[in-house]
Design a protein around this ligand. Structure first.
Ligand code: MRU
Length: 352
């Protein structure tokens, strides 16, 4: 039985991109229409859309928006138009630095531009069709991840997750929460513990919101509580998403993930990553090479616009951390569950 999720995070409609505005969840569930490439750059950077696979699709849509704008600018030749558009696609890649799905999806659009034999309007159409294809594939891939992952979820399990790797971090269904959805369809006695995920509280704001919307039992805990519940035997497994995975399996995900992985190892609880192959960056050998986004200090000093600390103190706010591969029991992908040695299993998955 397949789990039917009600959520579609991002979608191409006629000549614009329609997305859920994630900055106002859980107070509001509303959609915004992004109608220009520059607007898309800011929607990604300001996290109206967030989550590695979702920003990948947003980037692909952003290239289509730039393509539409360029088509109205009267370029003298297709070659000039292509050169201009590739620069815009490269620019779109820089809207956020850590999640490699963004660079992956923009690169897919660059390949369409380079390989196209069409005129300018034809290129726009090809980019649009490719964007829609990537969008549809994302949901299919997540369902595969979900089904592979569900096989390792024990009956009646309590699954801890960090941040939001759900339908709202993808086009729909989710990666880590895709595993939850597929497992729940088979066994409705499973439940989720969601870490709050400071500073931006994606766990509290977004994970609890989407699980409640889909009727899946969820308990919210603060970030510091995970070891307490692990020690009490109340957590059976951990499943989180990923923003970038190196060739050796080291995985960047939302800040705080590394702490959860260490706690899970100490308590002998399996810690899984759920991510599509598009999150794996085989061009880098280890997590040391993953660029970590430094975000606004206000995310730390303020909650809901209210200062929570003294003025004038030092602040550091890395958005992500890297969990070393030794702490990861398996990487759940659309090609199956990859196990250590990750250099070997990742390279085999790419050649499957
Ligand atoms: O800063 P965000 O909210 O974009 O970070 C999101 C995460 O870290 C997710 O866990 C990750 O992108 C996986 S999403 C399927």
């Amino acid at each position: 039985m397949e789990f039917k999720s009600k959520i579609k995070t991002i979608e191409w409609v006629d000549n614009y991109s329609k997305m859920v505005d994630q900055t106002v969840i859980p107070y509001e569930y509303k959609f915004v229409n992004i109608t220009s490439g520059e607007e898309m750059f800011h929607a990604i950077r300001d996290m109206i859309v967030r989550g590695a696979p979702a920003i990948g699709i947003a980037g692909a849509h952003g290239v289509v928006l730039f393509a539409q704008e360029g088509a109205k600018q009267g370029f003298d030749s297709v070659g000039e138009y292509k050169k201009w558009l590739i620069e815009k696609a490269e620019y779109m890649k820089t809207s956020r630095p850590t999640a490699v799905n963004l660079m992956w999806a923009c690169q897919k659009q660059i390949e369409v531009i380079k390989n196209s034999k069409s005129d300018i309007n034809g290129i726009v159409e090809e980019l649009k069709q490719n964007g829609i294809k990537l969008e549809n594939e994302d949901i299919e891939i997540n369902k595969k991840i979900g089904d592979y992952g569900a096989e390792v979820v024990p009956k009646g399990a309590t699954i801890l997750t960090h941040c939001n790797a759900g339908a709202l971090a993808t086009v729909g269904y989710g990666t880590a929460l895709g595993v939850v959805r597929s497992a729940y369809a088979k066994d409705n006695t499973i439940q989720v513990f969601a870490d709050e995920t400071r500073p931006r509280q994606q766990g509290a704001r977004i994970t609890t919101f989407e699980l409640a919307m889909d009727g899946i039992p969820v308990t919210l805990i603060t970030d510091g509580m995970c070891s307490y519940f692990m020690n009490k035997g109340m957590i059976d497994m951990v499943v989180v998403g990923a923003d970038r995975i190196a060739a050796n399996g080291d995985t960047a995900n939302k800040i705080g993930t590394y702490t959860v992985a260490i706690a899970a190892k100490y308590h002998n609880i399996p810690f899984y990553i759920a991510a599509p192959l598009s999150t794996i960056d085989i061009s880098i050998k280890s997590g040391n090479e993953i660029p970590i986004e430094e975000r606004s200090h206000e995310e730390v000093t303020h909650i809901n616009g209210k200062r929570i600390c003294a003025e004038g103190i030092n602040i550091i706010n890395p958005g992500f951390d890297v969990t070393p591969h030794e702490l990861i029991a398996g990487i759940i992908t659309e090609k199956g569950i990859l196990r250590p040695d990750y250099n070997k299993s990742i390279s085999e998955a790419f050649n499957k």
